[in-house]
Each structure stands twice: as C-alpha cells, then as structure tokens.
Ligand binder design. Structure first.
Ligand SMILES: [Zn+2]
Length: 86
C-alpha cells in the first residue's frame, strides 16, 4: 500500500488514497473465469454441431464445426493460462 492505510477485508479500496485493496486485485485474475466460459461455450457449440446434423433450423454443419474448433483452441489456451498463473 502506498499510504500504509489500515483496511478491513470488507473494504475494496483505501478511503484515504483510493488504491485498490490487494485482495480485490487478486480476484481480478481472469484465467479461471475465462476458461470456465470457454468450456461452457465449447460444449454448447459441440451440442449445436450435433443438432445441425439432424436439423435445418441450425447454422450449417461446417460453420458449427469451425466454431467448435475455434472454441476448443480458446478453451485449451485459457486452461494453459490458468495453470501458469497458479
Ligand atoms: Zn491508501
């Protein structure tokens, strides 16, 4: 802390200098949350790909496969990011 102010855990920033509390900064680490979102999107898109094989009301199969592949790549790199952080 730049001002050595005393802060309780319930405070998110210093009332005298406005600096963010160390524990709120830590919570902002994105890796894990992003990886979770990527995983959900990946499975949603994989499900849509399977549906598109049987239905005309979904985007073309090739589009779904492409999106799934991209999300698979995003998911794996997000996982890697989370691992490196911890
Ligand atoms: Zn302060």
């Amino acid at each position: 802390m730049s001002c050595n102010g005393v802060m309780t855990k319930s405070e998110t920033k210093c009332y005298s200098c406005g600096e963010a509390a160390p524990w709120t900064v830590k919570q902002k680490v994105r890796g894990k949350g992003f990886s979770k979102v990527a995983t959900v999107l990946f499975f949603a898109s994989a499900g849509l790909t399977i549906c598109s094989l049987f239905s005309d009301h979904t985007p073309p199969v090739m589009v779904c496969v492409a999106v799934t592949l991209v999300l698979m790549f995003v998911k794996s790199s997000a996982d890697q990011l989370g691992k490196n952080r911890t």
